[in-house]
Design a binder for this molecule. Structure first.
Ligand code: NAP
Length: 253
């Protein structure tokens, strides 16, 4: 990586042992940031951390289930012990039921909103004292194309991703005077374990490809590049915005 736009910055990326979160953490570290990776499973944390350390990157890792207050506190304590926090990427999400919104169970609704929305809200509040001390505080939420242009089976997951856009818009207003920017990225279909369930059969694959003008699925590093831009000084005057990374998929409300 020829850029060093994030040199000296300290970043937290949640749910970063695989997929999009891992790619964001890797890109931030390649651009010079000290990155704290985390997820629910300690073995996953160790494997992801080792991969990044082998590349010579400056990373540390710990277990953090974003729904657990004590885990989020440990995440922020780790940042504090490294010297503070400049960048928070809230990336964790779950989607236990791929069904129409009116078929969504009460328990799935609660789980989806707890992990996808409430934990982002709480982690933001908890991170603010640290981000206020940064010269260039950055918050990035990972939303989804489904938050803007739902599919029939996006269900409560899509609604939670629309809620994240609202959280981003309103938090950006409150944090702008503190020089903390708040933005979202809305990926389209990016090849990860999470999206695998949507494209299991050739006909599911071709149905989704038909909706993508670039006629291919995205790669996690293509979201990583966008996140690094938003985290860097190149995006110093951008707040309250959403960037769609979806190969041209229809994406307006
Ligand atoms: P992924 O490849 O399945 O990776 C999920 C990561 O999240 C893993 O590291 C997993 O590790 C961790 N994780 C899951 N639940 C967690 C929790 N409660 N607390 C902390 N970590 C947790 O998923 P992905 O596709 O990269 O998705 C990442 C984000 O992008 C999500 O917000 C998703 O909604 C969004 N997105 C994805 C796509 C897509 O096409 N892939 C499209 C639009 C939006 P452990 O199992 O060890 O916890």
């Amino acid at each position: 990586m020829s850029f060093s736009r994030l040199s000296g910055r300290i970043a937290i990326v949640t749910a970063s042992t695989d997929g999009i979160g891992f790619a964001i953490a890797q890109r931030f570290a390649r651009e010079g940031a000290k990155v704290i990776i985390s997820s629910r499973n300690d073995e996953n944390v160790q494997v992801a951390k080792d991969k990044l350390l082998k590349e010579g990157l400056n990373v540390t890792g710990l277990v953090c289930h974003v729904g657990k207050a004590e885990d989020r506190a440990k995440l922020l304590q780790t940042a504090s012990s490294l010297g503070g926090l400049d960048i928070l990427v809230s990336n964790a999400a779950v989607n236990p039921e791929v069904v129409g919104i009116l078929d969504c169970s009460s328990s799935a609704w609660d789980k989806i909103f707890d992990v996808n929305v409430k934990s982002s809200h709480l982690l933001t509040k908890e991170a603010i004292p640290f981000l206020k001390k940064s010269k260039a505080g950055r918050i990035i939420y990972i939303s989804s194309i489904a938050g803007l242009q739902p599919l029939k089976t996006s269900g409560a997951y899509g609604v939670s991703k629309t809620a994240l856009l609202g959280l981003m818009k309103t938090a950006s207003l409150q944090l702008a005077p503190e020089n903390i920017t708040v933005n979202t990225i809305s990926p389209g279909l990016i090849l990860t374990r999470f999206s695998n369930v949507l494209i299991k059969t050739p006909s599911e694959k071709s149905d989704i490809l038909d909706k993508i003008p670039m006629n291919r699925f995205g790669q996690p590093h293509e979201v990583g590049g966008c996140a690094a831009f938003l985290a860097s000084d190149d995006a110093s005057y951008i707040t309250g915005e959403n960037i769609v990374v979806a190969g041209g998929m229809a994406s307006r409300l």
